[in-house]
Write a protein that binds this ligand. Structure first.
Ligand code: SAH
Ligand code: SF4
Ligand code: F3S
Length: 472
């Protein structure tokens, strides 16, 4: 066991605290205590929240969607862009009156935003009704921290700086009974010059492959139909292990688990994406034909300034290889417009790359300066208004491409995991390529959570409609 792994004795100590919290709550609250947990940010945060909810369950909490009836309100926050942080500050501010009406309600904040010292200071000084603030490296200590808040009534701030830990064996309360998030590694070593993640999530650390495969096997046994492997850069999985293994090898091992399920994974960093991985994807029948491969910019100078460590040519070569091995591959990506110093001509290289690749969909962002990152202090002469124009230009191009791509799906049949029903009665899910597909269905309760075959009959720009072929 590596020194990054939280010792079992410590986890047992936390279990004891969980029981103590349970006892305190039973004495104070008639009926079951209720927790409202809201998650901002990426799937990594969602997966953390599932563990937080697992621990809260052990402490006796049930969950509510209403802040008003909650005895505990917890926000798991994201620091990726300024807009994300502003939303959190706004929503936390709104809790002040709630706390006044119900002083017994515990207000807790955690996640990436809290790991930044200037944010924690601001909460300490200007949001005095917040009871508990904890960082990304002490999530497993929630029972102890909550116990302190409940028993002393004083505010608890637990924000150690750390390269990061791995806490195995925490209870998990999953949001879905058929789709599961499976973190395979935590942290990031890449220090892209615009990005806050390495500062708030610590260094890359991989979970033990056997533990990951066992968890996947257990999920399949429980009836999970889709497993999404998570990491900021899954392609560097395993490099830090005492017995290094590749992501490609891990994917094979999970693919070998018997059962009817599909495997997705994110995010792949182009600098570590290998032909071997693409070959493995092609040969793994359970791996969805979808690759999320963020390119960020199509211009080599900008990529260098971003510290992405690949070129436009390398990116396009990978895409070409992926398409050759998997002609039906669906590519999605992340892109940043208006990186400091980017010119309109350089931005045009991003537009041309988008056209050249033909992405199914794009997550598009305008550069947001993050305190503590190198890009924060770079010269940024282009106005927000101008960047907005470029952004809209890019969206128009992508809209056109997405429309062409969804049109091509008409007439094909997709194996779809039926996920939910909307107000209009449509059931929706996603194709292997991650395109949302909706269809009418007489017995939604029977199909939701199962695979169905759907024939695509109509393409709207971003999503498609279809007809159910069978429901078993
Ligand atoms: N690890 C993933 C990305 C995680 S963050 C990867 O490297 O691909 C998700 C996306 O947010 C990034 O891909 C990037 O496009 C965007 N992003 C990150 N920091 C940003 C910033 N400061 N401003 C704007 N967008 C940002
Ligand atoms: Fe951020 Fe880059 Fe790490 Fe992704 S790879 S999380 S963009 S530093
Ligand atoms: Fe946000 Fe942290 Fe994820 S900054 S995107 S929640 S790793």
């Amino acid at each position: 066991m590596s020194e990054k792994t939280v010792a079992q004795a410590e986890l047992q100590r936390q279990k004891n605290y969980a029981e103590m919290v349970h006892t305190v709550l039973s004495a104070r609250i008639s009926g079951e205590p209720k927790a409202f947990v809201h998650t901002y940010g990426c799937q990594g945060n969602v997966a953390d929240s599932e563990r937080i909810k697992g621990m809260l369950s052990e402490m006796g909490y049930t969950f509510t969607e209403s802040e008003d009836e909650a005895d505990l309100i917890l926000f798991n926050t994201c620091a990726i862009r300024e807009h994300a942080e502003d939303r959190v500050f706004g929503n936390v501010g709104a809790l002040k009156s709630k706390k006044k009406r119900n002083p017994g309600c515990v207000i807790a904040l955690c996640g990436c935003m809290m790991q930044q010292s200037q944010v924690a200071e601001r909460i300490k000084n200007s949001y005095r009704f917040v009871d508990l603030v904890f960082g990304t490296h002490v999530v497993h200590k929630l029972p102890e921290m909550l116990y302190k808040v409940l028993c002393t009534g004083s505010r608890v701030f637990e924000l150690p700086k750390s390269d990061g830990v791995i806490a195995e064996g925490l209870p998990v309360s999953r949001d879905s009974s058929f789709k599961a998030w499976l973190p395979i590694m935590y942290g990031c070593n890449n220090f892209c010059s615009y990005c806050i993640v390495p500062y708030v999530r610590g260094r890359e650390r991989s979970r033990d492959p056997e533990t990951v495969v066992n968890e996947a096997r257990e999920l399949v046994k429980q009836g999970y139909k889709e497993i999404t492997l998570l990491g900021q850069n899954v392609n560097s999985y395993g490099k830090d292990l005492p017995n290094p293994i590749t992501f490609s090898e891990l994917l094979k091992r999970i693919n070998d688990i018997e059962g009817d399920f599909i495997i997705r994974f994110m995010t792949s960093h182009p600098k570590d994406c290998t032909h071997e991985l693409l070959d493995t994807m092609a040969s793994c029948e359970k791996a969805a034909r979808h690759l999320h491969l963020p390119f960020q910019s199509g211009n080599n100078r900008v990529l260098k300034e971003m510290n992405r460590r690949y070129t436009r040519e390398k990116y396009l070569e990978l895409v070409e290889y992926a398409k050759e091995k998997m002609p039906d591959i669906s590519l999605t990506s992340d892109v940043i417009v208006g990186f400091p110093g980017e010119t309109y001509e350089e931005f045009q290289d991003t537009v041309s790359l988008i056209r050249e690749v033909g992405f199914t969909s794009l997550f598009t962002f305008i550069f947001s300066p993050r305190e503590g990152t190198p890009a924060y202090s770079m010269d940024d002469p282009v106005s927000a208004e101008e960047k907005g124009k470029w952004f809209r230009e890019m969206l128009k191009v992508q809209e056109e491409i997405a429309g062409e791509r969804t049109a091509k799906l008409v007439g094909t049949t997709a194996k779809v995991l039926a996920e939910e029903q909307d107000e209009k009665g449509y059931v929706s899910g996603r194709t292997g390529g991650n395109v949302i597909i909706r269809f009418k269905c007489d017995n939604p309760e029977k199909v939701i959570g199962n695979f169905v075959n759907v024939k695509v009959t109509n393409a709207l720009t971003w999503i498609v409609e279809g007809e159910l072929i069978n429901d078993n």
